[in-house]
Design a protein around this ligand. Structure first.
Ligand code: IMP
Length: 433
């Protein structure tokens, strides 16, 4: 089998609309996979049921390919981390909508976020203002070689003696007891009552979804069984978070703890590199910027204007509901993201938000000094996206804006999004380059 890989990545600080883009592309792929992150992510998409009723679906760990009937495998890769309680809830929500949950495969190598990890995250990461979902502590455990993985739980429940009892696993899951002093241990205390739902959720998950063994991509593994006879398998890797939140290349230390770059996709899914061809890297960015949590934000807008854009764009965290910080598009940062990822396709989302109802002008930061202070801006009139259904409908200031971006980036903006629905994605190439 040969694997043909396309990766969707965030070009800013997350929340660019990767879920929608993944959903849009998914029907061309056999497998959609998540390669990093956990329930800190929130991908919003829309599902139309058989009665044509539209449902907003927020996924956290399950790939957005779940919304496409053509996708045969939706894989939660070993590069992710999962919280069993939240994952059970997420999957039950998808089941209620009649979505094909039987296509979900969870790797047995994926580390488990324990209730202790969430407490530690809340205790030590105030300055970063994390999502408090235990992401950092779990990745740290993985590297410390102390993490519990899905497979450890399966081994545990195999024994008839321990199959439904959580007391021993409870003892084992506390990775902190020999590390922290008594005071810290008290603050980290998780009672068995708090632990019980976590254990039960793991039991539920192992009964209701497929667990992918270590050999998932090998000849005797599930991928070969499900896609039997296929020579070329098409895989869509759905990135979480974004370049500027990447643990290495982002605004460290104000970053997440996973690798968000497309380069992490092969490892975080477990694809055989020698059999994998990277075909496209799709970089998604908004026509403005947002950031949740602390850290540098060079083009940040304060006050009433930020509030107006926040309201118009619904800019509240899909995971934590925190109001997102708002800023203008940062061209130097976008160039950095494009060059680092080698993006072959650009999607610009939320163009409709910057209308005359919301803003009196649209700014783009063109240059910054070495401290990140903007030193040059370009200004455009607000955008009017009414009636924009195809390339040739784009005119006025939106046309000028896209032309300016394409010229500055030396690259086409391939698709723009002018509204929340799938039909609002418009293929666009305004300049002839
Ligand atoms: P953590 O990933 O919970 O450790 O949080 C680290 C930083 O990344 C915080 O500033 C979070 O707000 C931010 N972050 C994590 N996941 C997302 C996301 O999916 N969208 C936007 N920001 C995120």
């Amino acid at each position: 089998m040969n694997y043909r890989l396309t990766t969707v990545a965030g070009g800013q600080f997350g929340d660019e609309g990767k879920g929608k883009v993944t959903q849009n592309l998914a029907s061309q792929f056999d497998i959609v996979a998540r390669f990093g992150g956990g329930p800190n992510a929130g991908h919003t998409a829309y599902h139309e049921d058989r009665g044509k009723k539209l449902h907003k679906v927020v996924t956290h760990v399950v790939p957005s390919g779940i919304l496409s009937r053509n996708v045969l495998i939706n894989f939660i890769g070993p590069g992710c981390v999962i919280d069993p309680v939240l994952l059970q809830k997420e999957i039950q929500g998808l089941m209620e909508l009649g979505l094909p949950y039987h296509t979900i495969y969870l790797s047995e190598l994926t580390p488990l976020i324990t209730p202790w990890d969430c407490k530690l995250d809340a205790m030590m990461n105030g300055a970063i203002d994390t999502t408090r979902r235990g992401i950092g502590p779990t990745y740290a455990h993985k590297r410390h070689r102390r993490a519990l993985r899905v497979g450890d739980f399966i081994e545990y429940v195999k024994s008839p003696k321990t199959s439904q009892s959580w007391d021993l696993f409870y003892q084992e899951s506390n990775r902190y007891k020999d590390v922290y002093d008594t005071k810290a241990e008290e603050r980290l205390f998780v009672s068995i009552e708090e632990f019980e739902p976590w254990f039960k959720a793991l039991v539920w998950l192992t009964k209701n979804i497929n667990i992918a063994k270590k050999n998932f991509f090998l000849r005797d593994g599930d991928v070969h069984k499900v896609l039997e006879g296929k020579k070329d398998v098409r895989i869509l890797a759905e990135g979480a978070q974004a370049v500027m939140l990447d643990n290495t290349f982002g605004t460290y230390p104000f970053v997440t703890s996973s690798d968000c770059m497309p380069s992490a996709a092969i490892g975080g899914i477990g694809l055989p590199p020698g059999l994998t061809t990277q075909e496209e890297v799709v970089l998604v960015f908004k026509a403005y910027s947002t950031r949740v949590g602390n850290g540098p934000f060079d083009t940040e807008i304060e006050g009433d204007l930020a509030e107006k854009i926040r309201q118009a764009g619904g800019e509240y965290g899909s995971t934590t509901k925190r109001p997102r910080r708002i800023g203008w598009l940062d061209l130097p940062d976008l160039k950095y993201a494009i060059e680092l990822t080698g993006a072959t396709k650009l999607y610009m989302t939320k163009v409709d938000v910057l209308s005359a109802k919301v803003v009196s002008e649209v700014l783009v930061c063109v240059r910054k000094d070495s401290d990140g202070k903007p030193t040059e801006w370009k200004t455009f009139k607000p955008f009017d996206v009414k009636g924009v259904k195809k390339d040739t409908d784009i005119n006025g200031s939106l046309f000028q804006f896209i032309s300016f971006l394409e010229e500055s980036l030396g690259q086409h903006v391939d698709v723009i999004s002018v509204g929340p629905l799938m039909d609002d994605l418009v293929e666009t190439r305004v300049t002839v380059m």
